[in-house]
Design a protein around this ligand. Structure first.
Ligand code: KIV
Ligand code: ZN
Length: 517
Protein backbone atom coordinates (compact mmCIF):
# COMPACT_ATOMS: atom_id res chain seq x y z
CA UNK A 1 0.00 0.00 0.00
CA UNK A 2 1.30 3.43 -0.88
CA UNK A 3 1.71 6.38 1.47
CA UNK A 4 -1.10 8.11 -0.40
CA UNK A 5 -3.51 5.54 0.95
CA UNK A 6 -2.29 6.10 4.49
CA UNK A 7 -2.74 9.82 4.36
CA UNK A 8 -6.28 10.98 5.06
CA UNK A 9 -5.94 14.39 3.40
CA UNK A 10 -7.97 14.92 0.23
CA UNK A 11 -6.88 17.81 -1.97
CA UNK A 12 -9.66 19.87 -3.49
CA UNK A 13 -8.99 20.87 -7.10
CA UNK A 14 -11.52 23.40 -8.35
CA UNK A 15 -12.21 23.64 -12.08
CA UNK A 16 -15.09 26.16 -12.02
CA UNK A 17 -13.03 28.61 -14.06
CA UNK A 18 -12.01 26.02 -16.69
CA UNK A 19 -14.40 23.06 -17.05
CA UNK A 20 -17.16 25.13 -15.41
CA UNK A 21 -16.73 27.95 -17.88
CA UNK A 22 -16.94 25.43 -20.74
CA UNK A 23 -20.69 25.02 -20.08
CA UNK A 24 -22.50 26.89 -22.85
CA UNK A 25 -23.47 30.34 -21.60
CA UNK A 26 -21.38 30.24 -18.42
CA UNK A 27 -18.78 32.70 -19.61
CA UNK A 28 -17.08 34.93 -17.05
CA UNK A 29 -14.90 37.95 -17.58
CA UNK A 30 -11.49 38.53 -16.05
CA UNK A 31 -12.71 40.52 -13.04
CA UNK A 32 -15.31 37.88 -12.24
CA UNK A 33 -12.75 35.08 -12.52
CA UNK A 34 -10.39 36.94 -10.22
CA UNK A 35 -13.12 37.47 -7.63
CA UNK A 36 -14.04 33.79 -7.72
CA UNK A 37 -10.38 32.71 -7.52
CA UNK A 38 -9.83 34.95 -4.51
CA UNK A 39 -12.74 33.42 -2.61
CA UNK A 40 -11.65 29.91 -3.57
CA UNK A 41 -8.21 30.66 -2.17
CA UNK A 42 -9.68 32.16 1.00
CA UNK A 43 -11.77 29.05 1.48
CA UNK A 44 -8.67 26.85 1.27
CA UNK A 45 -8.97 25.25 -2.18
CA UNK A 46 -5.67 23.47 -2.91
CA UNK A 47 -5.55 23.82 -6.69
CA UNK A 48 -7.48 26.29 -8.87
CA UNK A 49 -7.63 25.43 -12.56
CA UNK A 50 -7.91 28.95 -13.94
CA UNK A 51 -8.20 28.22 -17.65
CA UNK A 52 -6.94 26.63 -20.84
CA UNK A 53 -4.36 29.21 -21.96
CA UNK A 54 -4.07 28.15 -25.62
CA UNK A 55 -7.86 28.29 -26.10
CA UNK A 56 -8.17 32.08 -26.18
CA UNK A 57 -6.43 35.24 -25.11
CA UNK A 58 -9.11 35.58 -22.41
CA UNK A 59 -8.14 32.21 -20.94
CA UNK A 60 -4.45 33.07 -21.11
CA UNK A 61 -5.04 36.38 -19.37
CA UNK A 62 -7.15 34.77 -16.65
CA UNK A 63 -4.46 32.21 -15.80
CA UNK A 64 -1.77 34.90 -15.95
CA UNK A 65 -3.58 37.47 -13.79
CA UNK A 66 -4.76 34.92 -11.24
CA UNK A 67 -1.17 33.64 -11.08
CA UNK A 68 -0.05 37.11 -10.05
CA UNK A 69 -2.58 37.36 -7.24
CA UNK A 70 -2.82 34.02 -5.48
CA UNK A 71 -0.33 33.22 -2.72
CA UNK A 72 -1.54 29.99 -1.15
CA UNK A 73 -3.46 27.96 -3.74
CA UNK A 74 -1.69 26.32 -6.66
CA UNK A 75 -2.76 27.84 -9.99
CA UNK A 76 -3.22 25.33 -12.78
CA UNK A 77 -3.39 25.75 -16.56
CA UNK A 78 -4.73 23.09 -18.93
CA UNK A 79 -2.86 21.97 -22.06
CA UNK A 80 -3.34 19.29 -24.70
CA UNK A 81 -0.47 16.89 -25.39
CA UNK A 82 1.16 19.41 -27.64
CA UNK A 83 4.34 21.42 -27.22
CA UNK A 84 2.69 24.75 -28.13
CA UNK A 85 -0.20 24.17 -25.70
CA UNK A 86 2.18 23.30 -22.89
CA UNK A 87 4.44 26.28 -23.55
CA UNK A 88 1.46 28.62 -23.60
CA UNK A 89 0.29 27.21 -20.25
CA UNK A 90 3.78 27.61 -18.77
CA UNK A 91 3.95 31.19 -20.04
CA UNK A 92 0.57 32.04 -18.49
CA UNK A 93 1.60 30.49 -15.18
CA UNK A 94 4.95 32.28 -14.98
CA UNK A 95 4.05 34.70 -12.16
CA UNK A 96 2.46 32.02 -9.97
CA UNK A 97 3.96 31.23 -6.60
CA UNK A 98 2.64 27.66 -6.82
CA UNK A 99 1.90 26.43 -10.34
CA UNK A 100 0.79 23.28 -12.10
CA UNK A 101 0.53 22.26 -15.75
CA UNK A 102 -2.33 19.85 -16.43
CA UNK A 103 -1.87 18.00 -19.69
CA UNK A 104 -4.23 15.41 -21.17
CA UNK A 105 -4.86 13.15 -24.12
CA UNK A 106 -7.66 10.69 -24.89
CA UNK A 107 -6.93 7.03 -24.22
CA UNK A 108 -10.21 5.21 -24.92
CA UNK A 109 -10.47 3.19 -28.15
CA UNK A 110 -13.36 5.35 -29.33
CA UNK A 111 -11.56 8.65 -28.75
CA UNK A 112 -8.23 7.44 -30.14
CA UNK A 113 -9.82 6.13 -33.32
CA UNK A 114 -12.36 8.85 -34.11
CA UNK A 115 -11.29 11.96 -32.25
CA UNK A 116 -7.51 11.74 -32.35
CA UNK A 117 -7.15 9.36 -35.30
CA UNK A 118 -4.01 8.05 -33.66
CA UNK A 119 -3.00 4.51 -32.86
CA UNK A 120 -2.31 3.51 -29.26
CA UNK A 121 1.48 3.41 -29.72
CA UNK A 122 1.51 7.03 -30.86
CA UNK A 123 -0.78 8.05 -28.01
CA UNK A 124 1.55 6.39 -25.53
CA UNK A 125 4.53 8.25 -27.01
CA UNK A 126 2.57 11.52 -26.89
CA UNK A 127 1.92 10.93 -23.17
CA UNK A 128 5.63 10.52 -22.50
CA UNK A 129 6.66 13.48 -24.66
CA UNK A 130 4.02 15.84 -23.30
CA UNK A 131 4.63 15.04 -19.64
CA UNK A 132 8.40 15.32 -20.13
CA UNK A 133 7.94 18.65 -21.87
CA UNK A 134 5.70 19.94 -19.12
CA UNK A 135 8.18 18.78 -16.46
CA UNK A 136 10.90 20.79 -18.22
CA UNK A 137 8.82 23.87 -17.55
CA UNK A 138 7.13 23.11 -14.23
CA UNK A 139 7.82 20.81 -11.27
CA UNK A 140 4.16 20.10 -10.65
CA UNK A 141 2.59 18.21 -13.58
CA UNK A 142 -0.81 16.56 -13.70
CA UNK A 143 -1.66 14.09 -16.44
CA UNK A 144 -5.17 12.94 -17.44
CA UNK A 145 -6.24 10.11 -19.74
CA UNK A 146 -9.37 11.69 -21.23
CA UNK A 147 -12.31 9.27 -21.31
CA UNK A 148 -10.38 7.27 -18.72
CA UNK A 149 -13.38 5.25 -17.56
CA UNK A 150 -13.92 3.85 -21.08
CA UNK A 151 -10.24 3.04 -21.57
CA UNK A 152 -9.03 -0.58 -21.68
CA UNK A 153 -7.45 -1.40 -18.34
CA UNK A 154 -4.15 -2.68 -19.74
CA UNK A 155 -3.72 0.47 -21.79
CA UNK A 156 -4.76 2.70 -18.90
CA UNK A 157 -2.16 1.07 -16.63
CA UNK A 158 0.50 1.38 -19.30
CA UNK A 159 -0.13 5.08 -19.95
CA UNK A 160 -0.41 5.92 -16.25
CA UNK A 161 2.90 4.17 -15.56
CA UNK A 162 4.54 5.96 -18.50
CA UNK A 163 3.21 9.34 -17.38
CA UNK A 164 4.60 8.82 -13.87
CA UNK A 165 7.97 7.70 -15.25
CA UNK A 166 7.99 10.81 -17.44
CA UNK A 167 7.51 12.99 -14.36
CA UNK A 168 3.76 13.37 -13.68
CA UNK A 169 3.15 14.11 -10.00
CA UNK A 170 -0.65 13.79 -10.15
CA UNK A 171 -2.61 11.23 -12.17
CA UNK A 172 -6.17 12.33 -12.73
CA UNK A 173 -8.76 9.79 -13.87
CA UNK A 174 -11.61 11.49 -15.73
CA UNK A 175 -15.04 10.01 -16.17
CA UNK A 176 -15.32 12.40 -19.09
CA UNK A 177 -18.77 11.36 -20.23
CA UNK A 178 -20.24 10.68 -16.77
CA UNK A 179 -20.75 7.00 -17.61
CA UNK A 180 -19.36 5.24 -14.58
CA UNK A 181 -21.04 4.10 -11.37
CA UNK A 182 -19.62 4.24 -7.83
CA UNK A 183 -18.67 0.54 -7.62
CA UNK A 184 -17.12 0.57 -11.05
CA UNK A 185 -15.23 3.82 -10.53
CA UNK A 186 -13.97 2.77 -7.09
CA UNK A 187 -12.73 -0.54 -8.57
CA UNK A 188 -10.96 1.31 -11.37
CA UNK A 189 -8.99 3.40 -8.88
CA UNK A 190 -8.27 0.34 -6.78
CA UNK A 191 -7.11 -1.53 -9.91
CA UNK A 192 -4.57 1.23 -10.61
CA UNK A 193 -3.16 0.90 -7.09
CA UNK A 194 -2.83 -2.86 -7.56
CA UNK A 195 -1.39 -2.91 -11.07
CA UNK A 196 0.66 0.24 -11.69
CA UNK A 197 4.05 -0.40 -10.08
CA UNK A 198 5.04 3.27 -9.61
CA UNK A 199 1.59 4.55 -8.56
CA UNK A 200 2.91 5.52 -5.11
CA UNK A 201 5.00 8.24 -6.79
CA UNK A 202 1.90 10.27 -7.73
CA UNK A 203 -1.31 11.53 -6.17
CA UNK A 204 -4.33 9.87 -7.78
CA UNK A 205 -7.21 12.19 -8.57
CA UNK A 206 -10.83 11.92 -9.71
CA UNK A 207 -12.60 14.08 -12.31
CA UNK A 208 -16.20 12.90 -12.59
CA UNK A 209 -18.91 14.34 -14.79
CA UNK A 210 -22.53 14.19 -13.76
CA UNK A 211 -24.39 12.84 -16.81
CA UNK A 212 -26.03 10.13 -14.72
CA UNK A 213 -26.16 12.22 -11.56
CA UNK A 214 -23.36 10.13 -10.03
CA UNK A 215 -20.40 12.54 -10.13
CA UNK A 216 -20.16 13.10 -6.39
CA UNK A 217 -20.83 9.45 -5.51
CA UNK A 218 -18.18 8.35 -8.02
CA UNK A 219 -15.66 10.86 -6.67
CA UNK A 220 -16.22 9.65 -3.10
CA UNK A 221 -15.86 6.04 -4.24
CA UNK A 222 -12.55 7.08 -5.80
CA UNK A 223 -11.43 8.55 -2.49
CA UNK A 224 -12.47 5.43 -0.59
CA UNK A 225 -10.19 3.48 -2.93
CA UNK A 226 -7.12 5.67 -2.62
CA UNK A 227 -7.66 8.86 -4.63
CA UNK A 228 -6.44 11.87 -2.67
CA UNK A 229 -7.48 14.68 -4.98
CA UNK A 230 -11.01 15.42 -6.13
CA UNK A 231 -11.67 17.68 -9.10
CA UNK A 232 -14.93 19.54 -8.76
CA UNK A 233 -16.70 22.80 -9.52
CA UNK A 234 -18.85 25.20 -7.53
CA UNK A 235 -22.57 24.44 -7.95
CA UNK A 236 -21.52 21.44 -10.07
CA UNK A 237 -20.88 23.71 -13.04
CA UNK A 238 -19.22 22.07 -16.04
CA UNK A 239 -19.63 20.51 -19.48
CA UNK A 240 -23.16 19.13 -20.14
CA UNK A 241 -24.58 17.96 -16.78
CA UNK A 242 -21.54 19.39 -15.02
CA UNK A 243 -18.74 18.24 -12.77
CA UNK A 244 -18.89 16.87 -9.24
CA UNK A 245 -20.20 19.72 -7.07
CA UNK A 246 -17.48 21.09 -4.79
CA UNK A 247 -19.92 21.87 -1.98
CA UNK A 248 -21.37 18.35 -2.03
CA UNK A 249 -17.98 16.63 -2.02
CA UNK A 250 -16.69 18.85 0.79
CA UNK A 251 -19.81 18.61 2.96
CA UNK A 252 -20.03 14.83 2.46
CA UNK A 253 -16.47 14.48 3.75
CA UNK A 254 -17.24 16.92 6.56
CA UNK A 255 -20.58 15.48 7.66
CA UNK A 256 -19.83 11.77 7.26
CA UNK A 257 -16.31 11.65 8.64
CA UNK A 258 -17.51 8.60 10.60
CA UNK A 259 -17.60 6.50 7.45
CA UNK A 260 -15.46 8.71 5.19
CA UNK A 261 -12.37 9.17 7.36
CA UNK A 262 -10.69 11.69 5.07
CA UNK A 263 -10.30 15.40 5.47
CA UNK A 264 -10.15 18.42 3.24
CA UNK A 265 -8.83 21.75 4.45
CA UNK A 266 -11.78 23.70 3.09
CA UNK A 267 -13.31 26.39 5.29
CA UNK A 268 -16.88 25.34 4.70
CA UNK A 269 -18.37 28.67 5.85
CA UNK A 270 -17.39 30.15 2.46
CA UNK A 271 -19.60 27.76 0.52
CA UNK A 272 -22.76 29.88 0.35
CA UNK A 273 -20.87 33.00 -0.69
CA UNK A 274 -18.92 31.37 -3.50
CA UNK A 275 -22.03 29.55 -4.71
CA UNK A 276 -23.96 32.82 -4.91
CA UNK A 277 -21.14 34.59 -6.71
CA UNK A 278 -20.76 31.82 -9.31
CA UNK A 279 -24.51 31.69 -9.86
CA UNK A 280 -24.74 35.49 -10.25
CA UNK A 281 -21.90 35.89 -12.72
CA UNK A 282 -22.84 32.90 -14.87
CA UNK A 283 -26.61 33.37 -14.76
CA UNK A 284 -26.90 29.67 -13.85
CA UNK A 285 -29.61 29.63 -11.21
CA UNK A 286 -29.17 27.12 -8.39
CA UNK A 287 -32.27 24.94 -8.19
CA UNK A 288 -34.22 25.36 -4.93
CA UNK A 289 -33.76 21.77 -3.85
CA UNK A 290 -30.05 21.56 -4.78
CA UNK A 291 -28.05 19.88 -1.99
CA UNK A 292 -26.13 22.25 0.32
CA UNK A 293 -26.68 25.51 -1.60
CA UNK A 294 -30.30 25.38 -2.82
CA UNK A 295 -32.71 27.89 -1.29
CA UNK A 296 -34.61 25.04 0.39
CA UNK A 297 -31.57 23.04 1.51
CA UNK A 298 -32.09 24.16 5.12
CA UNK A 299 -35.78 25.10 5.02
CA UNK A 300 -38.25 23.08 7.08
CA UNK A 301 -41.77 23.51 5.81
CA UNK A 302 -43.75 20.53 7.05
CA UNK A 303 -45.32 21.12 10.47
CA UNK A 304 -44.05 17.83 11.82
CA UNK A 305 -40.48 18.74 10.81
CA UNK A 306 -40.76 22.21 12.29
CA UNK A 307 -41.99 20.72 15.53
CA UNK A 308 -39.05 18.31 15.61
CA UNK A 309 -36.59 21.10 14.83
CA UNK A 310 -37.91 23.19 17.72
CA UNK A 311 -37.34 20.27 20.08
CA UNK A 312 -33.88 19.40 18.73
CA UNK A 313 -32.30 20.66 15.50
CA UNK A 314 -30.61 17.29 14.98
CA UNK A 315 -34.00 15.68 14.32
CA UNK A 316 -34.04 16.86 10.72
CA UNK A 317 -30.74 18.66 10.25
CA UNK A 318 -27.55 16.73 9.48
CA UNK A 319 -25.43 19.88 9.20
CA UNK A 320 -26.03 23.42 10.35
CA UNK A 321 -26.77 26.30 7.97
CA UNK A 322 -23.93 28.21 9.69
CA UNK A 323 -21.44 25.50 8.73
CA UNK A 324 -21.92 26.42 5.05
CA UNK A 325 -22.00 30.14 5.79
CA UNK A 326 -25.76 30.45 5.54
CA UNK A 327 -26.62 33.03 8.14
CA UNK A 328 -29.92 34.77 8.47
CA UNK A 329 -29.70 37.84 6.24
CA UNK A 330 -29.45 40.51 8.95
CA UNK A 331 -31.23 43.79 9.09
CA UNK A 332 -28.39 46.20 8.65
CA UNK A 333 -27.85 49.84 8.13
CA UNK A 334 -30.58 52.40 7.90
CA UNK A 335 -31.18 55.68 6.15
CA UNK A 336 -29.05 57.57 8.64
CA UNK A 337 -26.01 55.32 8.68
CA UNK A 338 -22.78 57.04 7.70
CA UNK A 339 -19.87 56.13 5.46
CA UNK A 340 -17.84 54.66 8.30
CA UNK A 341 -20.55 52.20 9.33
CA UNK A 342 -21.12 51.38 5.67
CA UNK A 343 -17.44 50.66 5.04
CA UNK A 344 -17.06 48.46 8.12
CA UNK A 345 -20.24 46.54 7.25
CA UNK A 346 -18.79 45.82 3.81
CA UNK A 347 -15.56 44.64 5.38
CA UNK A 348 -17.55 42.34 7.65
CA UNK A 349 -19.21 40.93 4.52
CA UNK A 350 -15.77 40.27 3.01
CA UNK A 351 -15.51 43.21 0.59
CA UNK A 352 -12.39 45.30 0.36
CA UNK A 353 -13.22 48.09 -2.09
CA UNK A 354 -11.20 51.07 -3.21
CA UNK A 355 -12.31 54.62 -2.23
CA UNK A 356 -14.11 55.36 -5.51
CA UNK A 357 -16.03 52.10 -5.50
CA UNK A 358 -17.01 52.66 -1.84
CA UNK A 359 -18.26 56.14 -2.68
CA UNK A 360 -20.35 54.88 -5.63
CA UNK A 361 -21.74 52.00 -3.58
CA UNK A 362 -22.54 54.39 -0.71
CA UNK A 363 -24.54 56.65 -3.04
CA UNK A 364 -26.46 53.58 -4.28
CA UNK A 365 -27.09 52.54 -0.68
CA UNK A 366 -28.49 55.97 0.24
CA UNK A 367 -30.78 55.91 -2.81
CA UNK A 368 -31.95 52.44 -1.87
CA UNK A 369 -32.54 53.48 1.75
CA UNK A 370 -34.86 56.22 0.48
CA UNK A 371 -36.98 53.67 -1.36
CA UNK A 372 -36.76 50.54 0.78
CA UNK A 373 -37.68 50.36 4.44
CA UNK A 374 -35.39 47.57 5.62
CA UNK A 375 -31.95 47.01 4.20
CA UNK A 376 -30.43 43.56 4.69
CA UNK A 377 -26.95 42.12 4.18
CA UNK A 378 -28.12 40.63 0.90
CA UNK A 379 -29.18 44.07 -0.34
CA UNK A 380 -25.68 45.38 0.28
CA UNK A 381 -24.11 42.40 -1.48
CA UNK A 382 -26.37 43.05 -4.49
CA UNK A 383 -25.48 46.76 -4.59
CA UNK A 384 -21.76 46.13 -4.27
CA UNK A 385 -21.74 43.31 -6.83
CA UNK A 386 -23.65 45.58 -9.17
CA UNK A 387 -21.31 48.52 -8.60
CA UNK A 388 -18.09 46.53 -8.90
CA UNK A 389 -19.36 45.24 -12.24
CA UNK A 390 -19.58 48.71 -13.65
CA UNK A 391 -16.03 49.99 -13.35
CA UNK A 392 -14.56 51.02 -16.74
CA UNK A 393 -17.90 50.69 -18.54
CA UNK A 394 -18.11 52.42 -21.93
CA UNK A 395 -21.91 52.51 -21.83
CA UNK A 396 -23.78 53.77 -18.77
CA UNK A 397 -27.45 54.08 -17.96
CA UNK A 398 -28.21 57.68 -17.03
CA UNK A 399 -32.00 57.72 -16.75
CA UNK A 400 -35.14 55.99 -17.92
CA UNK A 401 -38.91 56.27 -17.81
CA UNK A 402 -41.24 53.51 -18.94
CA UNK A 403 -44.94 53.78 -19.61
CA UNK A 404 -46.80 50.51 -19.40
CA UNK A 405 -50.31 49.23 -18.77
CA UNK A 406 -53.20 47.59 -20.53
CA UNK A 407 -53.56 50.16 -23.31
CA UNK A 408 -51.28 50.72 -26.31
CA UNK A 409 -47.76 49.50 -26.84
CA UNK A 410 -45.37 50.15 -24.00
CA UNK A 411 -42.89 53.01 -24.35
CA UNK A 412 -39.43 53.50 -22.86
CA UNK A 413 -37.61 56.85 -22.76
CA UNK A 414 -33.97 56.20 -22.15
CA UNK A 415 -30.78 58.16 -21.73
CA UNK A 416 -27.37 56.48 -22.05
CA UNK A 417 -23.85 57.79 -21.87
CA UNK A 418 -21.79 56.14 -24.60
CA UNK A 419 -18.05 56.81 -24.58
CA UNK A 420 -18.67 60.05 -22.72
CA UNK A 421 -21.51 61.34 -24.96
CA UNK A 422 -25.09 61.51 -23.73
CA UNK A 423 -27.69 60.06 -26.10
CA UNK A 424 -31.46 59.82 -25.63
CA UNK A 425 -34.29 58.00 -27.38
CA UNK A 426 -37.83 56.79 -27.07
CA UNK A 427 -38.83 53.29 -28.21
CA UNK A 428 -41.88 51.06 -28.06
CA UNK A 429 -42.13 47.30 -27.60
CA UNK A 430 -44.28 44.33 -26.70
CA UNK A 431 -44.15 44.93 -22.98
CA UNK A 432 -41.99 47.26 -20.89
CA UNK A 433 -38.88 45.06 -20.96
CA UNK A 434 -39.02 44.78 -24.75
CA UNK A 435 -39.47 48.56 -25.05
CA UNK A 436 -36.50 49.15 -22.73
CA UNK A 437 -34.25 46.78 -24.66
CA UNK A 438 -35.39 48.29 -27.98
CA UNK A 439 -34.43 51.74 -26.71
CA UNK A 440 -30.95 50.46 -25.80
CA UNK A 441 -30.61 48.89 -29.26
CA UNK A 442 -31.68 52.18 -30.79
CA UNK A 443 -28.93 54.07 -28.99
CA UNK A 444 -26.29 51.41 -29.38
CA UNK A 445 -27.10 49.32 -32.49
CA UNK A 446 -25.75 45.77 -32.33
CA UNK A 447 -26.48 42.29 -33.66
CA UNK A 448 -26.05 40.35 -30.43
CA UNK A 449 -28.94 38.00 -29.64
CA UNK A 450 -30.73 37.89 -26.31
CA UNK A 451 -30.37 34.33 -25.01
CA UNK A 452 -31.50 34.68 -21.42
CA UNK A 453 -33.53 37.15 -19.39
CA UNK A 454 -33.92 36.15 -15.78
CA UNK A 455 -35.25 37.95 -12.72
CA UNK A 456 -34.97 36.99 -9.07
CA UNK A 457 -35.67 38.82 -5.82
CA UNK A 458 -32.73 39.58 -3.53
CA UNK A 459 -34.81 39.55 -0.34
CA UNK A 460 -38.48 39.08 0.48
CA UNK A 461 -41.32 41.61 0.22
CA UNK A 462 -42.71 43.72 -2.58
CA UNK A 463 -40.06 46.40 -2.08
CA UNK A 464 -37.25 43.84 -2.59
CA UNK A 465 -34.50 44.55 -5.08
CA UNK A 466 -34.74 42.63 -8.33
CA UNK A 467 -31.57 40.96 -9.53
CA UNK A 468 -31.64 40.55 -13.30
CA UNK A 469 -29.36 38.51 -15.56
CA UNK A 470 -29.20 39.10 -19.30
CA UNK A 471 -27.22 36.80 -21.61
CA UNK A 472 -26.22 38.12 -25.02
CA UNK A 473 -24.60 36.10 -27.78
CA UNK A 474 -22.49 37.37 -30.64
CA UNK A 475 -20.48 35.22 -33.08
CA UNK A 476 -20.86 32.16 -30.89
CA UNK A 477 -19.54 33.91 -27.77
CA UNK A 478 -21.86 34.74 -24.92
CA UNK A 479 -21.66 37.13 -21.99
CA UNK A 480 -23.81 37.53 -18.88
CA UNK A 481 -24.79 40.95 -17.61
CA UNK A 482 -26.25 41.64 -14.17
CA UNK A 483 -28.21 44.48 -12.67
CA UNK A 484 -29.93 45.10 -9.36
CA UNK A 485 -32.53 47.68 -8.36
CA UNK A 486 -35.85 47.93 -6.55
CA UNK A 487 -37.33 48.77 -9.96
CA UNK A 488 -37.25 45.61 -12.08
CA UNK A 489 -37.08 47.60 -15.32
CA UNK A 490 -34.12 49.66 -14.13
CA UNK A 491 -32.42 46.42 -13.05
CA UNK A 492 -33.20 44.98 -16.50
CA UNK A 493 -31.72 47.97 -18.31
CA UNK A 494 -28.63 47.87 -16.10
CA UNK A 495 -28.21 44.14 -16.78
CA UNK A 496 -28.55 44.63 -20.55
CA UNK A 497 -26.08 47.52 -20.55
CA UNK A 498 -23.69 45.48 -18.41
CA UNK A 499 -23.85 42.61 -20.91
CA UNK A 500 -23.15 45.03 -23.79
CA UNK A 501 -20.11 46.42 -21.97
CA UNK A 502 -18.79 42.91 -21.48
CA UNK A 503 -19.36 42.15 -25.12
CA UNK A 504 -17.29 45.19 -26.10
CA UNK A 505 -14.42 43.98 -23.90
CA UNK A 506 -14.75 40.50 -25.41
CA UNK A 507 -14.65 41.87 -28.97
CA UNK A 508 -11.36 43.61 -28.15
CA UNK A 509 -9.84 40.55 -26.60
CA UNK A 510 -10.87 37.74 -28.91
CA UNK A 511 -7.95 36.74 -31.08
CA UNK A 512 -9.10 34.40 -33.86
CA UNK A 513 -5.58 33.03 -34.32
CA UNK A 514 -5.30 31.92 -30.71
CA UNK A 515 -8.82 30.47 -30.73
CA UNK A 516 -8.11 28.19 -33.65
CA UNK A 517 -4.68 27.08 -32.42
O1 KIV B 1 -13.64 15.68 -18.60
C1 KIV B 1 -12.45 15.60 -18.94
O2 KIV B 1 -11.97 14.56 -19.40
C2 KIV B 1 -11.62 16.78 -18.80
C3 KIV B 1 -10.15 16.58 -18.95
C4 KIV B 1 -9.49 17.73 -19.63
C5 KIV B 1 -9.55 16.32 -17.60
O3 KIV B 1 -12.11 17.84 -18.47
ZN1 ZN C 1 -14.13 17.53 -17.57
Amino acid sequence: MSDTLHSDRVRIFDTTLRDGEQSPGASMNLDEKIRIAEILEQMGVDVIEAGFPIASNGDFEAVHEISKILRESTVCGLARADKKDIERAAEALKPARHKRIHTFISTSPLHMKYKLQMDPEDVCQAVIDSVKWARNLCDDVEWSPEDGTRTEHDFLCRTVESAINAGATTINIPDTVGYSTPDEFGSLISMLFLRVPNIDKAIVSTHCHNDLGLAVANSLAGVANGARQVECAVNGLGERAGNAALEEVVMSLHTRSDILPYRSTIKTEFITRVSHLVSTVTGFVVQNNKAIVGANAFAHEAGIHQDGMLKHSGTYEIMTPESVGLVQSKLVLGKHSGRHAFRSKLQELGYDLGDNAIEDAFTRFKNLADRKKDIFDDDLVAIVDDEVLRTNDRIRLLSMKVICGTHDRQTADLELEIDGTTKATSATGDGPVDATFNAIKDLFPHKALLQLYQVSAVTQGTDAQAEVTVRLEENGKSVNGQGADTDTLVASARAYVNALNKLLVKRDKTAPRALSA
